[in-house]
Design a protein around this ligand. Structure first.
Ligand SMILES: [Ca+2]
Ligand SMILES: [Ca+2]
Ligand SMILES: [Ca+2]
Ligand SMILES: [Ca+2]
Length: 416
C-alpha cells in the first residue's frame, strides 16, 4: 500500500499543470518601477500586458518572440536582476464535483449550463458544494435524516431506496411497538392519514424526496441536493390540521428520542419539508397557532423546517398563508424561481414573510413508476432548501457541531 502511495505521489507530481503559453508573471524587486522595467525589457521578446497587483509589483508579460518557449521566458526573466520572481500563468479551475447520474445534465437547478434555455449559473451551485462533501454523516458521525412530510413516497423507487431511512429498532408487521417510541411498526416513517407505518405511494412526495436526496453518483437518473442522506417518509400533507400536526409530531418524537438515548433510538432529524398549506390563512390567529408551536418545538430540538408558499402571484405579507405566513424562527418560507433566477409569475412573494427563492420551475426528479418527471411549483423549491439544511450538517466542522451539541435551538439559528 505504501509503495502504491509513493508511486501515485510521484505520478501526480509529474503531471504537468496547465498554463497559458503566451504569458508569464513577474514580480519586480520592490524598488523597481514599472517604467524602469519597461525600459530594460527587450521589445522584440516581451511586452508588459497589464499590471496585476500594483502594490506587490506583479505584472503580466506577453511573450512576443516565436523563438522563446514559455519555460525559456520564465528562466530568462528569473535571471533578470530587476525581477524578484517569475512564474507561469497557471490555469485555475473552479472546485466542482460532478455526479455520474445519467440525467444530471437536465438538472438545471443543480447546475445550470443553459441546457433548458435559461441563464447559465442561475442554480444552487451544487457541484461546488459537492466538492466540500456529498453528505450522509455529520463530522461527529450522526446519520443525517431529512423528514419528507408529504402525500407519501414510492419507497421502492430505485433512486430513492438506497437513501430511505429505516428504523432498525422496529420489527415490521408484528403489530408491536418494538422500540417503544409510541408508533407501531414504523419502519420508514409514519402515515398520519391512517396512523400506521404503511406509507402510501405518492407522485408528489416521491418528486420532493428526490430533490432532497435522490441517490447521487450511482450512474442512474438524478442526484439530490444530498447524494447521501436518509429520507424519512411521513405521509400527512393534506386533510386536516390534526393530520399535519401528527405528521410533524413523528419527526419531533424521533429526534427527541435520538437525543435522549444518545443516538441508540430514534433518528437525527435535522430538517422537515412541507410542500402544502392553507392558502390565505392567518397563522397568527388562534385557529392556526398550533402549526407555529410545532415549528418552534421542532426548532428547540434542532430541526429546521422548509415550507413552500402559495402557488399564486400574491403578497403573503398581506394575504397571510399557513405555513409561510407563520412567524416561527425555525421555519424557512420558500418561493419558486425559474432557470433565469427570476420569481415564477405564479408563485407568492412577501418582503417580510418569504425568506428566499429556490429553483422550482420545471424541476426533474424521481417519480412514481420508478423513473423521473418534470414538475413545477413552490413544492419543488422548498425541498431544495430542506436538502440544503441537511447538507449543511454534513459540511459543518466537528468543532462547530460540537459547540452547538448542547444548544440545538442556537444551532438552528446559526444554520438558518
Ligand atoms: Ca452554478
Ligand atoms: Ca415503534
Ligand atoms: Ca413492530
Ligand atoms: Ca441517482
Amino acid at each position: 500500500m505504501r509503495i502504491l502511495f509513493i508511486i501515485l505521489s510521484v505520478l501526480s507530481g509529474m503531471i504537468a499543470q496547465d498554463y497559458d503559453p503566451n504569458y508569464v508573471l513577474v514580480k519586480l524587486d520592490p524598488d523597481v518601477k514599472k517604467s524602469e522595467f519597461r525600459s530594460i525589457l527587450d521589445p522584440t521578446k516581451y511586452a508588459i500586458e497589464k499590471t496585476v497587483v500594483r502594490r506587490l509589483g506583479i505584472y503580466k508579460i506577453r511573450i512576443l518572440s516565436d523563438q522563446l518557449t514559455t519555460q525559456m521566458a520564465v528562466e530568462e526573466l528569473r535571471n533578470n536582476p530587476w525581477v524578484e520572481k517569475a512564474q507561469l500563468d497557471h490555469k485555475v479551475t473552479t472546485r466542482q464535483t460532478f455526479p455520474d447520474d445519467n440525467e444530471f445534465s437536465s438538472q438545471w437547478s443543480k447546475h445550470n449550463t443553459g441546457q433548458s434555455g435559461g441563464t447559465p449559473d442561475a442554480d444552487i451551485d451544487a457541484p461546488e458544494a459537492w466538492d466540500i462533501t456529498t453528505g450522509g454523516l455529520t463530522a461527529l458521525g450522526d446519520t443525517i435524516v431529512v423528514a419528507v412530510v408529504d402525500g407519501g413516497m414510492m419507497l421502492t423507487h430505485p433512486d430513492l431506496a438506497p437513501n430511505l431511512w429505516t428504523n432498525y429498532n422496529e420489527i415490521p408487521g408484528n403489530g408491536i411497538d418494538d422500540d417503544n417510541n409510541g408508533y407501531i411498526d414504523d419502519i420508514h416513517g409514519w402515515d398520519a392519514y391512517d396512523s400506521d407505518g404503511s406509507i402510501p405511494s405518492n407522485g408528489h412526495g416521491t418528486h420532493v424526496a428526490g430533490i432532497i436526496g435522490a441517490k447521487g453518483n450511482n450512474g442512474s437518473q438524478v442526484a439530490g441536493v444530498n447524494w447521501n442522506v436518509k429520507l424519512m417518509a411521513i405521509a400527512g400533507s393534506s386533510g386536516t390540521s390534526s393530520t399535519v400536526l401528527e405528521a410533524y409530531g413523528y419527526a419531533l418524537d424521533q429526534r427527541a428520542l435520538y437525543d435522549s438515548t444518545n443516538g441508540a433510538l430514534g433518528a437525527f432529524v435535522v430538517a422537515t419539508n412541507s410542500s402544502f398549506g392553507v392558502n390565505n390563512a392567518d397563522c397568527s390567529s388562534a385557529d392556526y397557532s398550533m402549526w407555529n408551536d410545532m415549528y418552534d418545538a421542532m426548532g428547540e430540538y434542532g430541526i429546521l423546517s422548509a415550507a413552500a408558499t402559495m402557488n399564486n402571484n400574491s403578497n403573503v405579507d398581506n394575504t397571510g398563508d399557513v405555513p409561510t405566513g407563520c412567524t416561527s424562527d425555525y421555519m424557512i418560507a420558500v418561493t419558486n424561481t425559474t432557470h433565469n433566477d427570476t420569481k415564477n409569475s405564479g408563485a407568492a412573494f412577501g418582503a417580510t414573510m418569504i425568506d428566499l427563492g429556490a429553483p422550482g420551475t420545471s424541476i426533474l426528479s424521481t417519480y412514481t413508476g420508478g423513473g423521473t418527471s418534470n414538475l413545477s411549483g413552490t413544492s419543488m423549491a422548498s425541498p431544495q432548501v430542506a436538502g440544503a439544511v441537511g447538507f449543511m450538517h454534513a459540511a459543518m466542522s466537528a468543532g462547530f457541531a460540537n459547540y452547538f451539541k448542547n444548544n440545538r435551538a442556537e444551532r438552528c439559528w446559526a444554520a438558518r
